[in-house]
Write a protein that binds this ligand. Sequence first.
Ligand SMILES: Nc1ncnc2c1ncn2[C@@H]1O[C@H](COP(=O)(O)OP(=O)(O)OP(=O)(O)O)[C@@H](O)[C@H]1O
Length: 257
Amino acid sequence: MSALLQATKLGVSVAGRDLVLDLDWQIQAGQCWCVIGRNGAGKTSLLRTLAGMRELERGQLQVQGRDLANWPLSELARQRAFLSQGRVDAFAYRAIETVLSARHPYHDAHYWESAEDRAIAIAALRELDVAELAQRDVRSLSGGERQRVAIAALLAQDAQLMLLDEPANALDLAHQVSVMQLFARLCRDANKAVVMVSHDLNLAHRSATHALLLMGDGSWLAGPKEQVMSAGQLSLCLGHPIERFEHGSQTLFLPKD
Ligand SMILES: Nc1ncnc2c1ncn2[C@@H]1O[C@H](COP(=O)(O)OP(=O)(O)OP(=O)(O)O)[C@@H](O)[C@H]1O
């Protein structure tokens, strides 16, 4: 079976600087990838390229064996969803409306949302613990509440591949843990795949099965997390010495003084 996403000799550069060089990478159903790198290493640029929101400069990118450029947009939107970092709401939409808008890729045959769309949207808001905010103007929500509504919309889109730029951003501790557990569960039990950018090594290690380290000079390292998330590799990647500890069933990473 084809990989959900396959990059071959993929290159990403910005303003003449190579951020990612010759990336050969496959994402399979059931895998949860975290993307790690220091500020400016190219994580967002890579994610936007994978989502088709940034022009493919070098190499090949295939979704389920078909070149990304050859996917009709609404069909692609049923296969992959993208959660961007930060959002600006200019208009007075209710939270439920922003989640329902994620159902548009399923509306080829009808304009208005169906009862099923509504049920899916409400279930997604409940999953993210924001059902009671359904009728609120999104502009009145706190940063963390708005982020959870955005994740609810992503769930309602029901794509197999989810590309997430810092999904735990702005969330309190309890919701950081529950959201990361949710993505891990969707990969493990619902055959989804996740690629998420994270600056929190401990949370990332708990939920991910695999890791992609971007070294900032174009080089990269990809593989199962136990191979890739070593203290040495992470120290190199993040430009600061890091220690790795095993604590019961948990792995912890701490920066050295
Ligand atoms: N339009 C642009 N012109 C010049 N440089 C840009 C442009 N867009 C992005 N960059 C630069 O490209 C680099 C990669 O940016 P990117 O947002 O992908 O980094 P990142 O790894 O996601 O960083 P962070 O951890 O800070 O979110 C940064 O140095 C950024 O300043």
